[in-house]
Design a protein around this ligand. Structure first.
Ligand code: 3HC
Length: 290
């Protein structure tokens, strides 16, 4: 089950960031036999991540998708950490921390010093340049993007994003690892929004424009895309699910990265972010959540 088909054998991984994405990544990795250290800045954050993983595994057991023994074995492979020095014997770090450039650059710089020389450093960033992150480290050839989709246990894709400096061995190892956890990986070069977000987020932004311009209500836009395009979720509901601040940040990266007005963020999207209505995570975005 483990990713030993590539050039390098991965057994032990640190996941930095125990929020929705980090805990989802840690869960999937542990379910597929990897030893995972889940790291965050505060013990209570890590504890919350581990609790959400336990809840997901309990659900899987109750649906007969996993045995109680498999659940226990998965949980045993997960350990909590608030100290980067716990990564001194890992073969891979997957960073899924806050989407803030300076925070990420700092994490990568520190982890490059602590981890073994040949360990790979991957980022789950959805909008930042992998090449810039790589350049903050002492070994830019070992830095790569590993972009997962929410909810991680359900979504089948991983975008494996090569920085300008990433070597082939690193890319192949991560492509094989992605396959070993039951995902389909695409091999992409570092470009604003990569593939999925470059296509998906402008679609969401355009949906917000149709509401902004009074073409239809948000419910009508969502129903239209569910019934007319077979999307599992309407684009406005999906924006709330992703987080409106994240959608705006990705639109801004596309707008500035391509210097093209077709990526202009909708003023209504900006207003919601300014109002702190960021979607499900704040209890209110375009829709309200109990
Ligand atoms: N974690 C784990 N499993 C989950 C889950 C979660 N958070 N949410 C739902 N599931 C599972 C359910 O347990 C269920 O599993 P089952 O088939 O074994 O019973 C299955 O997914 C279907 O869930 P539901 O029946 O509750 O509801 P839906 O059928 O509506 O599915 C959904 C929910 C999977 C979220 C679906 O609506 C969907 O695919 N929506 C689109 C999601 C999407 O586009 N994600 C990508 C966002 S972009 C991104 O992440 C990139 C970033 O950079 C911005």
């Amino acid at each position: 089950m483990k990713g030993s088909k590539g050039f390098m054998t991965i057994n032990k991984i640190m996941v930095v960031g125990s929020g929705t994405m980090g805990s989802g990544i840690a869960q999937v990795m542990a379910q597929h036999g990897y030893e995972v250290i889940l790291n965050d800045i505060k013990p209570e954050f890590v504890e919350r991540g581990l609790q959400s993983i336990t809840k997901q595994l309990d659900k899987a057991v109750s649906k007969d998708k996993m045995t109680e023994q498999e659940k226990e074995a998965t949980l045993k492979r997960l350990t909590a950490s608030t100290d980067y020095t716990d990564a001194e014997d890992v073969q891979l770090v997957i960073e899924a921390a806050t989407e803030n450039k300076n925070i990420k650059l700092d994490i990568f710089k520190k982890l490059a010093e602590i981890t073994p020389e040949d360990a790979i450093l991957a980022s789950n960033t959805s909008s930042l340049s992998i090449t810039e992150i790589a350049n903050a480290t002492s070994r830019p050839e070992k830095v790569i993007g590993m972009h997962f989709f929410n909810p991680v246990p359900v979504m089948k894709l991983v975008e494996v994003t090569r920085a300008l400096t990433t070597d082939d061995q690193t890319a192949q190892t991560i492509l094989d690892l992605s396959q070993s956890i039951g995902k389909t990986a695409i091999d992409v070069t570092d470009s604003p929004g990569f593939v999925v977000n470059r296509v998906l987020i402008p679609m969401i932004n355009e949906a917000v424009f149709t509401v902004y311009e009074g073409v239809a209500t948000m419910e009508e836009v969502d129903d239209s895309m569910k019934l007319g395009a077979n999307h599992p979720m309407g684009p406005i509901a999906l924006a709330d699910y992703i987080g409106l601040d994240v959608c705006l940040a990705i639109m801004t990266v596309l707008y500035e990265g391509f210097n093209d007005s077709k990526y202009r963020p909708c003023p209504l999207l900006k207003k919601y972010v300014e109002a702190g209505r960021l979607g499900r995570k704040t209890g209110r975005g375009f829709y309200e959540y109990a």
